[in-house]
Design a protein around this ligand. Structure first.
Ligand SMILES: [Zn+2]
Length: 78
């Protein structure tokens, strides 16, 4: 019976440990998402040299010093 209580305690500790790690991991993910969102919000917008639409710098296609919203507009302007 003492052995059973011991193993029950071990299982409970492992379960709690996994649960705690899961929670801290989710918190880390949430913090990472917040960081990513912050970067997105502060991301500079570039204007397409062909149609004038504004696109985030991470999505803009650059050709020299000019930015384009799509490869079609980059090719059309080339
Ligand atoms: Zn365009």
């Amino acid at each position: 019976m003492g052995k059973l209580a011991f193993w029950a305690a071990v299982v409970a500790l492992v379960y709690l440990g996994m649960k705690f790690m899961g929670i801290s991991q989710r918190r880390g993910d949430a913090a990472q998402r917040r960081d990513a969102a912050g970067r997105d919000n502060s991301e500079s917008m570039l204007q397409c040299a062909h149609c004038g639409v504004h696109v985030p710098s991470s999505e803009a296609l650059l050709s020299g010093t000019r930015a384009y919203c799509s490869s079609a507009h980059r090719d059309a302007d080339a």
